[in-house]
Design a protein around this ligand. Structure first.
Ligand SMILES: Nc1ncnc2c1ncn2[C@@H]1O[C@H](COP(=O)(O)OP(=O)(O)O)[C@@H](O)[C@H]1O
Ligand SMILES: [Mg+2]
Length: 386
């Protein structure tokens, strides 16, 4: 029987050849070789013992299979000479970033007024992100080093991504948002190259914010992570150590729902040393989010956002956005079925809220448990207070 190591080596050969064929435009032949490579990796996965990491083999098999699929679905587009990747199909070179992964040269259209509540957080963000850009001289005069990286953390769906975008808009910075999972390429060296590319791009802008969203997908504790993730984190650390906001007009933000799983080295001075907690919305904030979500929908006079806010304790902003969509769906559905056209009423909201559990409670339980394990209760104090 062929050993797993030999199978993997053969698979590598096929996949390399496939890639060359793909690059030279021979997509059907490339697709066949990708499939062969995927099959060999799968065999390696199936027969592997302790001599190699089985999960990597399986991931590679899946990855190459997906690549073969995408070549099939896009062969028409390829033959017409276009290289644009369409929604869902992923036919680009995995080893470098495409514009789908990076949103470049874009100033977001979400500002602080679009974010309900979180007034304290907004002020904190102003101090940590906006003023260092807009009042650079003052910071320099008082010898304050501005522009440490900032890690936004907190329960899911409560506005971390929104807050990062809004911060960029408020200070007129270009927003370079990186889907962190997309920089993780298992092809040797590619991940580091991707990180470097991101920082290089940012340095070319006049003023930029780099945002690593869901950073836990790569920057896990290096003791627990795989090789590629270690390399990504090392490169990230190296690049961040080289950032001087005053000189570069560059700020690095990251967000995570799982701050405890992030490599502590990333939190050292000069890196993501500032932690900003984005909590679930309180009563006022929930009312504000309802206002924002309902401002362009027809609602009955009896609908009282304060009452709605009272009914949604422990619900996230994202929960509230869904509640509003689902509530609107009720009269919409009726109208589509030929019913009378009517406004969204209090009863519609009640129906939807009753069916839906708040998403925050379970996050806190899991978060506290995980943090107690790492012994970092002090670092993430906000998760324990209240
Ligand atoms: N404070 C808020 N104000 C208005 N909308 C909110 C707020 N928090 C969450 N939302 C809604 O929830 C969605 C998800 O928020 P997001 O910023 O992606 O959360 P996170 O990044 O923390 O998971 C947003 O697109 C928005 O519709
Ligand atoms: Mg998010």
């Amino acid at each position: 029987m062929t050993s797993a190591i030999t199978l993997a080596a053969q698979a590598r050969g096929y996949s390399k050849a496939a890639k060359e064929l793909e690059e030279s435009g021979q997509h059907e032949r490339a697709r066949q070789l990708y499939l062969k490579a995927a099959k060999l990796y799968n065999d390696a996965y199936a027969s592997a013992g302790d001599e190699m990491d089985r999960n990597t083999q399986r991931d590679l098999a899946e990855h190459l299979f997906a690549k073969a699929q995408s070549l099939k679905s896009s062969s028409a587009k390829y033959s017409s000479g276009g290289l644009e990747s369409s929604n869902g199909s992923d036919n680009r070179d995995e080893s470098s970033l495409s514009k789908d992964d990076l949103i470049l040269k874009e100033i977001p259209n979400i500002g602080f007024p679009d974010i309900g509540g979180l007034e304290d957080v907004k002020e904190e963000i102003r101090k940590a992100i906006i003023y260092p850009f807009t009042h650079k001289e003052l910071y320099r005069m008082y010898g304050q080093k501005a522009g440490e990286g900032i890690l936004l953390y907190g329960p899911p769906g409560c506005g971390k991504t929104m807050m990062a975008k809004a911060a960029a808009k408020e200070c007129g910075a270009e927003f370079i948002s990186v889907k962190t999972s997309s920089i993780v390429s298992k092809w040797v060296g590619a991940s580091e190259k991707n990180i470097k590319q991101i920082f290089d791009t940012a340095r070319q802008s006049e003023r930029a914010i780099i945002f690593f969203d869901e950073i836990d997908s790569v920057a896990v504790r290096r003791s627990e992570s795989e090789d590629y993730a270690k390399r990504v984190v090392n490169e990230m650390l190296a690049q961040m150590d080289g950032v001087d906001t005053a000189g570069d007009d560059l700020l690095v933000l990251a967000a995570t729902n799982e701050p405890w799983s992030i490599d502590p080295a990333l939190r050292r001075p000069g890196r993501f040393s500032k932690l900003v907690f984005i909590p679930e919305p309180d009563l006022e904030a929930r009312a504000a989010i309802f206002d924002i979500q309902l401002k362009d929908r027809p609602i009955d006079d009896e609908v009282d956002v304060m009452a709605l806010a009272g009914m949604t304790d422990s619900y996230s902003g994202a929960d509230i956005a869904s509640i509003c969509r689902e509530a609107a769906d009720i009269p919409l559905g009726e109208a589509l079925r030929g019913g009378e056209i009517r406004k969204i009423g209090m009863q519609d909201f009640a129906t939807v809220i009753e069916k839906r559990k708040p998403s925050i409670t379970s996050w806190y339980i899991g978060a506290r448990k995980a943090i107690q394990k790492t012994g970092e209760e002090e670092v993430f104090g906000e998760i324990f207070s209240g």
